[in-house]
Design a protein around this ligand. Structure first.
Ligand SMILES: Nc1ncnc2c1ncn2[C@@H]1O[C@H](COP(=O)(O)OP(=O)(O)OP(=O)(O)O)[C@@H](O)[C@H]1O
Ligand SMILES: [Mg+2]
Length: 273
């Protein structure tokens, strides 16, 4: 059985995809799972955070997610899965070469649509859970291949009027993926991120909940300085400082995500593992 796979996706940039992918991965590691972060964003923020910029820049493309898309290479899980300084946390890094594979009309890309799914099948005995971080350009092959390989999609949104555009786009993509390549794909929910308690944001949050109901996570993620501090120290806050309030917020999100997974597929991520 391939690992349970969660794709973090939004068409909008800077909504906290990488930050939440990283912190959630750390929370699942704290639960005892072996977690792989797959970096499908050519910017490589997640890879740089976990491995350091110098290591990522010196990496051969065959040892990165680009190697999965490049027909020149046929990398094995051993070639791709890199340990981090944290037990049970792994990363499959991206490289600058990745963006060249983000071709349009991905549903016509043949076998390339399924390279992530195939990799996860092959990595089944190495990891329990995969978290895929995607870039803001979601309409090409990279986002499509991520969805083809995923069980759930999590979309961080900012509490502002532009956030709903990101939701509509993800909904359309998920529906298309369900029809064409991945009928088991589900939306885990929309996660309000960088929330500050001012009147404008509160009004917007209320509207969002009226429109999207239970698809919006009950838990919201405030603007929390420790998230940024942890990234500066190249770590998920949940592994760097598991007891601080910021880590408790991540844990609450992880628990809600797990409850949503259980409600949707009748099993917890631990049982899947
Ligand atoms: N809840 C939060 N509290 C404080 N800072 C946050 C929070 N979420 C994200 N950030 C910060 O906001 C910035 C953007 O976050 P991040 O890089 O995770 O977004 P992204 O959606 O992955 O961006 P991109 O679309 O470029 O990949 C980063 O500097 C990050 O540290
Ligand atoms: Mg990012």
């Amino acid at each position: 059985m391939p690992p349970l796979t969660i794709c973090v996706m939004s068409r909008k940039g800077g909504t906290g995809k990488t930050t939440n992918a990283l912190n959630l991965a750390g929370s699942f590691v704290n639960d005892g799972l072996r977690v792989a972060c797959l970096d499908l964003d050519g910017q490589g923020s997640l890879s740089r955070c976990l491995l350091g910029p110098a290591r990522v820049e010196s990496m051969h493309p065959a040892n990165t997610t680009a190697g999965l898309f490049d027909p020149k290479y046929d990398p094995t899980p051993d070639d791709l899965i890199q340990p981090t300084r944290f037990d049970r946390l792994f990363v499959v890094p991206s490289s600058d070469a990745l963006e060249t594979f983000n071709r349009p009309s991905p549903a016509e890309a043949g076998e390339a649509q399924f390279v992530i799914r195939r990799f996860l099948d092959e990595a089944a005995n190495r990891i329990d859970l995969a978290v895929i971080d995607t870039g803001p350009n979601t309409s090409g092959l990279l986002g499509w291949a991520a969805l083809a390989a995923s069980d759930f999609v999590l979309t961080p949104i900012l509490p502002d009027p532009f956030g709903s555009h990101a939701i509509i786009h993800v909904q359309r993509l998920v529906e298309e993926s369900q029809v064409k390549v991945n009928p088991k794909l589900r939306i885990a929910g929309y996660l309000l991120n960088m929330v500050q308690k001012n009147a404008v944001q509160q009004a917007y949050e209320q509207t969002l909940r009226q429109i999207h109901g239970g698809q919006v996570f009950t838990t919201v993620v405030p603007l929390l300085a420790p998230y940024r501090e942890a990234i500066a120290e190249r770590a998920p806050v949940t592994l760097l400082k598991p007891k601080v309030k910021a880590s408790k917020v991540v844990k609450a999100v992880a628990e809600e995500l797990e409850a949503r997974i259980t409600a949707a597929i009748g099993t917890t991520k631990k049982e899947v593992a």
